[in-house]
Design a binder for this molecule. Structure first.
Ligand code: MSP
Length: 621
């Protein structure tokens, strides 16, 4: 039976062209949609643009057009980029849509009539780019605490939403709906914020200062605060959908995907607005992490903004989608570099996936005319990858129910690795006709992998699915050759000995030191803190435990050889440190996505853990 699944991204500001952060969020939405559809849900996907407010007025003035003209141009640009990235929303929402404007005004009228809105004089520090007021204690050296730009002191009459009336309800809602804010670390952040009394929300801007917004229905000298307008889009879209005669009813939304920077607006302002207006909150708000460049924020002034279309032109949309999904665990930050991009592409797509297809296609073509009954059926058993395709599908399904395509992909690529090992182990190229059952079974399995990867790489995987029946030669993912960087000229001999000399007096490191690694090599190991939520013994093994570990952005399974030192019943709730980017491996039929660190005295193991409680997902350096 299909059930509706309504998913949204944030609405992106049209003050600039789409960048990698916008692209990641929208690709994540599209990938999840395609997976949920594959697993039988009736999916409705909304993305779009946030068009009102000061930022847009400034951007329009810079480009010499009216705000509306500017929005029309940028909205088209976003649409075009999403199309090039194979992103297919059901609705591309614009907040300048007249039906939306009317909906916002209707909600404001309702709240005003029921006494949820009042006017008052307000004095505070105003940050124009962020369009929000701050109090004396918020402001840092005369600057906005979030964007660091100068603030100005203003006193003016404004309208306020009685958000404070809904604090108690919100706390109860969060408590009784464990899936409402994800990941867990973000929920704790919101709960921390709600420890302080919640203020009321200023929801107006004087028309004299900002005209580009939705007029307040009860006082046209004011326009609506851009967040109050934009947050209502998710709901107004469903009312428009209903008014146009479509079913099913989409509300409450199943999943709002947002970035960690807009958590408070979504997990505090938004549900209280809905509650006041008589609507149920969405089922889940999921805050993803940020793409960083060289460990810092992307910024126009630094000139390190990554534009999605530059990547698509160089590497293709499918590869871009794949690498973004593969390199970021939803919920955590990740660092983008073109070097890491190419490395990931070459390892997973060129070497593992593309190469497996080429080998199998060649083998099958060499024997295809000799018909043997049973060819084409998947064989399981001791000699064959023990992974059964149903189980593979179930693992992917579970990862998707946890909104974690990253884990789904890692599992699938791990399985491709097993198929490659099988080709090697059984030496399928030696007398292939006698091994046709293996070859055809591997092709069937590869076809299934393609089906399960199609949500991530819609074009190439549809092709691969077809090719696993055709078996014609095709280089799906040609290897990207990177020109070696020119080696720097040798350093001049150290004068005076001090600066460049080794402890033994300026000689080259000896061969005995050659197993040293550089700091860059060490930095490639992604060590993270996690919390054990469940542990059990692995059947028929006296050494291995299967651990479910909460890692901030989801849950991963790790098989650990600590059964002789730990009773699984004592492990739930314990912190561990684990290697997060280890290639997944199967141990006695169970997938292990990483490795936990433990000290050993030869007999016993001692789990390595942070000295004090620290959030799951935190990096260990
Ligand atoms: N317009 C508001 C959202 C209103 S939703 C009713 C807004 N727009 S934004 O364009 O600034 O950001 C849109 C989304 O992109 C946010 O979820 C934000 O977190 C995300 N990203 C912006 N930069 C990002 C990265 N560098 N990395 C990942 N996502 C980030 O906020």
């Amino acid at each position: 039976m299909s059930s509706k699944f309504y998913i949204t991204t944030a609405l992106h500001y049209v003050n600039a062209e789409p960048h990698i952060g916008h692209a990641y969020e929208t690709i994540l939405g599209d990938v999840l949609c395609r997976y949920f559809r594959l697993f039988g849900h009736d999916v409705h996907f909304l993305t779009g643009v946030d068009e009102h407010g000061q930022k847009i007025v400034e951007a329009a003035a810079k480009s010499g057009c009216t705000p509306q003209q500017h929005c029309d141009i940028l909205a088209d640009r976003f649409r075009e980029v999403w199309e090039r990235l194979s992103i297919k929303p059901d609705v591309f929402f614009r907040t300048t849509n007249p039906q939306h404007k009317k909906f916002v005004q209707d909600i404001l009228t309702k709240l005003n009539n029921q006494g949820d809105i009042y006017s008052a004089n307000y004095s505070g520090w105003y940050c124009t780019p962020d369009e929000r007021f701050w109090t004396d204690k918020d402001v840092v050296d005369g600057k906005c605490p979030t964007c660091g730009r100068p603030v100005e002191h203003l006193t003016e009459k404004n309208y306020f939403f009685r958000m404070s009336n809904h604090q108690k309800w919100l706390l109860e809602w969060i408590d009784s709906h464990p899936d409402f804010i994800k990941p867990e670390s973000r929920k704790n952040e919101v709960l921390g914020f709600l420890k302080q009394p919640l203020g009321d929300l200023c929801i107006s801007r004087p028309h004299s200062r900002l005209a580009w917004g939705i007029p307040l229905p009860f006082d046209t000298d004011y326009v609506t605060y851009v967040w109050f307008d934009a947050l209502l889009n998710y709901l107004s879209a469903t009312e428009i959908h209903k008014a146009e005669g479509f079913t099913p009813d989409l509300w409450p939304a199943d999943l709002h995907l947002i970035g960690k920077d807009i958590l408070t607006t979504h997990a505090v302002y938004w549900p209280t607005m809905l509650h006041a207006a008589g609507y149920e909150p969405p089922k889940t708000i999921f805050a993803h992490g940020w793409w960083l460049i060289d460990g810092g924020k992307m910024s126009k002034s630094v000139g390190n903004v990554i534009k999605p279309l530059d990547m698509v032109e160089k590497y293709g949309a499918d590869a871009f989608r794949y690498v973004l999904m593969r390199e970021m665990t939803p919920g955590q930050d990740a660092t983008f570099s073109e070097e890491a991009f190419i490395k990931r592409y070459n390892t997973d797509l060129a070497n593992d996936l593309g190469n497996l297809y080429s080998r199998l296609a060649k083998l099958w073509s060499s024997i295809r005319h000799e018909t043997i009954p049973g060819a084409g059926t998947y064989q399981t058993g001791a000699d064959f990858p023990s992974e059964n395709l149903e189980k593979l599908k179930e693992t992917v399904h579970q990862a998707i129910l946890n909104f974690n395509p990253n884990l789904a992909i890692a599992t699938l690529i791990g399985f491709v690795g097993e198929l490659n090992e099988l080709v090697q182990r059984e030496k399928l190229w030696q007398d292939p006709a006698s091994k046709r059952i293996y070859i055809s079974s591997c092709l069937t399995a590869l076809g299934e992998v393609a089906r399960l990867l199609e949500p991530v790489m819609p074009i190439k995987m549809a092709k691969l699915r077809f090719l696993t029946h055709e078996c014609r030669p095709e280089s799906l993912f040609p290897r990207i050759e990177v020109k070696p960087k020119p080696t720097p000229p040798p350093a001049p001999p150290a004068s005076g000995g001090e600066k460049n000399s080794s402890p033994s007096g300026g000689e080259e490191p000896s061969a005995a030191q050659s197993d040293e690694i550089s700091i860059d090599e060490f930095a490639r190991v992604d060590l993270r803190v996690g919390k054990v939520i469940k542990a059990r013994r692995l059947e028929n093994s006296d050494k291995l435990l299967v651990l479910k570990i909460e890692e901030g952005g989801g849950v991963r399974q790790i098989v650990a050889g600590i059964a002789k030192s730990y009773d699984p019943a004592t492990l739930a709730g314990r912190s561990v440190v684990f290697v997060a980017n280890l290639k997944p491996a199967k141990l006695r039929g169970e997938w292990s996505h990483g490795m936990i660190l433990a000290a050993s005295d030869g007999e016993r193991h001692f789990i390595v853990a942070p000295e004090q409680s620290v959030e799951s997902g935190s990096k260990v350096k």
